[in-house]
Design a protein around this ligand. Structure first.
Ligand code: PNS
Length: 162
């Protein structure tokens, strides 16, 4: 049984993230999407809200499980029986940060492998931060995020419960 863990802040989960999950589903028996804390970001959605939204987006993918990780990523790998961490690479600009994280994780836990997948070109410019910026000015983000996320962003920007 090959299990991969796909961590991210997913604030919010975009079509690019969904694209990567679908690719991972083809390659692994089980895909764990892990909503984790990025200490450098102030999120729009709580961890629980993000988990709930990703569960809705991936409801048709039976081998996908969504979890929240509040501590160090490497400390959760054993618990979930994970063989590798999955991250997405959209452009060369992602590479430096991703390489640093992969090497730091391996330094803390030598058996920790990180693998990278690329989304389709159509989604390669989509980022959570740009989606939030466009939405904050009233722009239409429905092309960039799954429907449950688009609705949640609209509700959040109106100050409503999601
Ligand atoms: O989507 P992001 O914000 O690029 O994801 C980064 C994330 C959440 C995967 C990273 O910040 C992380 O692993 N956070 C958990 C805490 C941790 O293990 N930090 C050390 C990373 S080397």
């Amino acid at each position: 049984m090959k299990t991969v863990l796909y961590p991210g802040s997913f604030d919010p989960f975009t079509n690019g993230h969904y694209d990567l999950v679908c690719r991972a589903v083809q390659l692994f028996d089980k895909v764990i999407v892990a909503v984790a804390v990025n200490a450098g970001k102030s999120p729009m959605f709580t961890l629980a809200e993000r988990r709930h939204l990703i569960e809705q987006c991936c409801a048709d993918l039976p081998t996908v499980e969504v979890v929240v990780i509040e501590g160090l990523l490497v400390d959760s790998l054993e618990r979930y029986g994970v063989q590798a961490i999955l991250r997405g690479l959209r452009a060369f600009s992602d590479f430096e940060y991703e390489l640093q994280m992969a090497l730091m994780n391996r330094n803390m836990r030598p058996q920790c492998e990180t693998i990278f997948l690329t989304p389709t070109l159509k989604n390669s410019f989509v980022s959570s931060s740009l989606v939030k910026e466009v939405a904050s000015y009233g722009g239409d983000v429905r092309r960039y995020v799954p429907d449950p996320v688009a609705e949640a962003i609209i509700r959040k920007n109106r100050g409503e419960d999601i």
